[in-house]
Ligand binder design. Structure first.
Ligand SMILES: [Zn+2]
Length: 189
């Protein structure tokens, strides 16, 4: 496997909303659409298991996340036709699963309330619907803009870290936009 490459774009440069590359970072293809969205950092917060500890609730976990997450607005980020198609497919799949899940729930309650169908039918539809709803999150996450653009904000909020960018993308990032080495080091910690 080739070593991981990356480019760090300074957050202060991004905030000026200057022109971003014309090629997508993931495929190196010319952009088909430029998107504006919020990039986030991935703060390392207490593990899910910690929620089981007394006095630490999922609300604490959410508060911890909100305290630490850094959000940066990306304006005019290039996405090629391939990226856009992938996102459309993922969102369609997620919507279909969500719709089927809700429909299964509705059927479960209608059948439960209006008919004498066996309890097994109600339970089956109820849990089937629940499984579909939970499953719909997967394609949705897979095609999130952060995932598709392979970009996230570093923990210190100084830079946007793009993982394995194509040379076509990197070449078009002006020197002034590159985050300082200090930010790189902190991000790597
Ligand atoms: Zn692409």
């Amino acid at each position: 496997m080739p070593a991981e490459t990356a480019v760090d774009i300074s957050t202060t440069w991004l905030e000026k909303e200057l022109r971003l590359p014309e090629h997508c970072a993931r495929h190196g293809l010319p952009y088909a659409r430029k998107v504006t969205f919020a990039l986030k950092s991935n703060p390392r917060i207490g593990s899910r298991k910690k929620v089981l500890a007394p006095g630490y609730t999922s609300v604490d976990r959410a508060a911890e996340y909100l305290n630490q997450v850094k959000i940066v607005k990306a304006t005019g980020w290039p996405m090629c036709a391939h990226c856009i198609r992938e996102r459309a497919v993922g969102i369609t799949l997620a919507s279909v699963l969500l719709f089927l899940g809700v429909a299964a729930f509705a059927c479960a309650f209608i059948i439960g309330a209006l008919t004498d169908a066996a309890a097994g039918v109600f339970v089956g539809l109820f849990f089937g619907g629940l499984a579909l709803l939970l499953l719909s999150v997967v394609p949705f996450q897979r095609v999130s803009l952060g995932r598709l653009t392979q970009a996230h904000v570093t923990d210190d909020g100084q830079a946007v870290h793009v993982t394995n960018p194509k040379p076509e993308f990197v070449r078009e990032i002006p020197a002034a936009a590159r985050a300082s080495q200090a930010a790189d080091r902190r991000a790597g910690d």
